[in-house]
Design a protein. Structure first.
Length: 218
């Protein structure tokens, strides 16, 4: 499907795509005409989808707007091919940060944010090490934190605290839900919920391995 746009509309659409693909956070809907206009925003979404990306509506710190992320199917194929995967130590550090700054504080009623981008409480290298001292030394944790900050998966908060980073806003709803499930599997592997998650994933994998049979034409 081609989008018949005027020269001005084409410029606006390209500007919106560049913004959501490169912005460090949410692009306010009213900041760009192609995001504020329903028809042009639909074009932005189609252009992104054509290259394996998704336009994502997000709200952070009362700002309503948009960002972009990998389409679920594309993200899955990339992961299966080993493309873009974090090193094991980086995954462990990120999981600990998310547990300490989002999951545990939320469970304890310290905040009610539904976003990964909690503004606190944060954590520190020493606290991360206290949760990973049996598998990781400071010499491994510090470079992992630096790499995660470079990828914007972590950020530095007040007084040098370590917090989740804006790249997590680029997760689709399905990817975010899977990340929550991964945290459950790590922290409560023997729980009923973990068993449900494993069975559900096994069922999805089984369905994916058997493509639907095409009905013969009459």
């Amino acid at each position: 499907m081609s989008d018949a746009l005027s020269e001005r509309e084409e410029i606006l659409v390209q500007a919106a795509i560049a913004a959501v693909e490169t912005a460090d956070g949410v692009v306010p809907a009213q900041a760009l005409p192609a995001l504020a206009d329903d028809a042009l925003r639909a074009v932005v979404g189609r252009r992104l989808k054509a290259v394996g990306r998704s336009l994502l509506a997000r709200e952070h710190r009362t700002v309503c707007g948009y960002t972009s992320g990998y389409d679920d199917d594309v993200a899955h194929r990339l992961a299966c091919d080993g493309i873009g995967l974090l090193p094991e130590i980086d995954r462990a550090v990120l999981a600990i940060v998310l547990l300490r700054t989002v999951a545990i504080p939320r469970a304890g009623g310290k905040h009610r944010s539904t976003s990964w981008l909690s503004d606190g409480p944060g954590t520190s290298i020493a606290q991360i090490h206290s949760n990973a001292d049996d598998v990781a030394t400071y010499a491994l944790i510090r470079p992992a934190v630096r790499r995660l900050k470079a990828r914007r998966l972590l950020r530095t908060g007040y007084h040098g605290q370590i917090l989740p980073g804006p790249a997590l806003l680029r997760l689709t709803d399905a990817q975010s839900a899977r990340l929550w499930e991964d945290l459950v599997l790590v922290t409560l592997p023997d729980s009923l919920y973990a068993d449900i998650i494993r069975r559900r994933r096994e069922q999805r994998a089984a369905r994916a391995s058997f493509p639907p049979v095409e009905e013969p034409e009459p």
